[in-house]
Design a protein around this ligand. Structure first.
Ligand code: HEC
Ligand code: HEC
Ligand code: HEC
Ligand code: HEC
Ligand code: HEC
Ligand code: HEC
Length: 341
């Protein structure tokens, strides 16, 4: 009996010793005892991050200003939405490789430090490692992305294929029941890689960016920040300057060496895409399949009409004005207009 009591006392003491020791740097003195030597502060390991001062603070305040932190759509915590809209949902599916979580995510949080980094897993600086930069098999047709760090973003910023999905080349009608039908709001990885459009006609190709901007999204969106408005962990591309929005070109200038020339190029590309979107919208509205607010008009329609709405929404929701992959966006719109005219 005495032995057992001793054991019961020793075990918790041992556990405590291990916990405290693990908070001290390896090889340092042990925990402070009555007559002992003071141990190293438990923050030695923690301090690698929590002591790094304003560099750490900068990331935190940039993230706080980002749409990831402020967008508010993280209450979309149902099984099918949680993988992209909640941090815990994302961390689950990155392990299971499923398209949905096993259950609704309780106490959801938006994409944050723990989502993209491996924070508080080893409590070492290695925890800054990105949670996953593995190629992402796109939900549209399983094509793998290959953009290094940008693969992380592609897990969420990709088309979530609608049901029903129009099939190219069939003459069958499809029935759409929801005005929210479409490729969903974040199709950027598909646009950047030139995948997932309802590809009528021929002649598809990609812009220079697709194969040559090696870290994809990260190269342009996490470039040197402009305060908390653009770049860095705000991940935005534009900031307000003298009353109008300008693109943060910090990630572009290693290739586009003349900033004024690039501004012109961005504007011309955007104008070209906007003009084609307007032209397609007029046609789709005349066909009675799209409303003024850019929603599909639910009903039974030919696959081609649904595909045309899908392509319109794809380019619209990409919101890069052609900067992601001008060649693909332009061809998709041109071919769609030609097919339905
Ligand atoms: C790899 C970097 C890193 C290391 C190492 C690290 N942390 Fe953190 N910690 C973070 C980040 C990032 C956050 C979230 C951002 C924030 O809240 O400021 C955080 C948040 C916290 C928080 C507030 C949120 C919470 O979970 O309660 C506490 C407390 C904390 N850490 C304690 C510690 C302690 C104690 C250690 C050492 C045993 C440690 N951290 C080691 C990066 C780190
Ligand atoms: C866990 C999924 C997830 C990951 C990973 C992710 N995002 Fe997001 N992102 C979102 C969601 C969801 C929103 C919209 C948030 C909201 O509205 O609540 C968003 C919003 C954004 C926005 C703002 C768009 C706007 O409406 O202004 C940008 C820019 C962005 N993300 C870029 C990135 C980049 C770059 C990466 C990779 C470094 C990345 N995201 C990784 C889910 C993710
Ligand atoms: C494959 C990832 C993914 C899935 C699955 C997903 N979303 Fe999203 N969703 C996003 C991203 C990324 C954005 C942000 C797009 C942006 O701001 O550019 C977004 C944006 C939104 C928005 C904001 C639209 C706006 O214009 O502000 C709503 C609402 C939304 N999603 C609802 C849902 C619902 C409901 C579900 C589940 C039925 C769902 N999402 C599933 C990735 C996803
Ligand atoms: C949507 C994904 C995403 C979120 C959310 C995010 N990060 Fe990051 N973070 C990245 C990416 C991608 C990089 C690499 C970019 C680079 O190297 O320029 C990075 C780099 C970093 C680095 C540099 C790491 C190194 O090895 O030098 C720090 C520090 C950092 N993030 C801190 C944070 C903190 C603190 C938060 C939360 C406030 C946070 N991050 C949230 C994606 C994210
Ligand atoms: C070649 C640089 C570049 C790359 C690579 C890139 N983007 Fe963009 N992105 C832009 C530009 C430029 C805009 C348009 C900014 C504007 O005019 O509003 C944009 C717009 C966006 C938007 C709309 C909201 C906003 O901030 O304007 C989102 C969301 C987005 N990109 C996400 C991504 C994701 C996710 C990836 C990777 C799959 C990616 N981008 C790759 C340059 C880039
Ligand atoms: C790795 C080099 C590289 C980076 C980084 C890069 N670009 Fe490009 N970009 C090119 C090349 C090369 C072309 C094709 C030749 C041309 O038009 O200058 C191009 C073309 C373009 C076009 C014309 C449309 C097209 O696709 O042909 C736009 C707009 C553009 N880039 C915007 C940007 C923006 C904005 C950024 C930064 C946010 C950026 N680029 C970053 C190399 C790059």
């Amino acid at each position: 009996m005495k032995k057992l009591v001793t054991l019961l006392l020793i075990v918790p003491a041992l556990a405590l010793a291990i916990i405290v020791a693990s908070c001290t740097k390896e090889g340092e003195q042990g925990p402070p005892g009555e007559n002992g030597i003071n141990g190293t502060d438990g923050t030695a390991t923690c301090g690698q991050c929590h002591n790094s001062g304003e560099a750490f603070l900068a990331k935190v305040i940039q993230w706080e200003a980002s749409t990831h932190a402020t967008g508010g759509n993280f209450e979309r915590n149902d099984k099918s939405c949680a993988p992209c809209h909640t941090s815990m949902g994302f961390r689950e599916v990155i392990e299971t490789h499923a398209d949905t979580t096993a259950a609704k995510v309780q106490d959801p949080t938006p994409p944050n430090c723990y989502t993209c980094h491996q924070i508080h897993e080893t409590y070492e600086a290695a925890d800054w490692a990105l949670r996953s930069i593995d190629p992402v098999a796109l939900r549209t047709d399983g094509t793998n992305t290959s953009m290094g760090q940008g693969n992380l973003c592609s897990n969420c910023h990709q088309i979530n294929p609608p049901n029903p999905m129009p099939v190219i080349g069939t003459t069958e009608d499809i029935t759409i029941t929801s005005p929210y039908w479409g490729p969903h709001h974040g199709p950027q990885a598909n646009m950047f890689t030139g995948n997932g459009g309802y590809e009528v006609g021929s002649g598809y190709g990609n812009s220079f960016h697709t194969a040559n901007v090696e870290s994809g999204c990260v190269q342009c969106h996490l470039a040197d920040p402009y305060g908390v408005q653009a770049g860095g962990h705000s991940m935005n591309m534009t900031y307000a300057y003298h009353g109008h929005d300008v693109v943060n070109k910090a990630g572009c200038l290693e290739c586009h060496t003349d900033p004024d020339n690039l501004d012109t190029k961005i504007e011309e590309t955007k104008a070209d895409i906007d003009e084609k979107l307007d032209e397609l919208k007029v046609l789709l509205m005349a066909m009675g399949v799209l409303d003024e607010g850019d929603h599909v008009v639910p009903g039974t329609m030919p696959s081609l009409s649904a595909g045309a709405v899908y392509n319109y929404l794809f380019v619209l929701e990409d919101r890069s004005g052609g900067s992601h992959n001008f060649a693909y966006a332009k061809k998709l719109l041109d071919n769609t207009i030609e097919a339905i005219q």
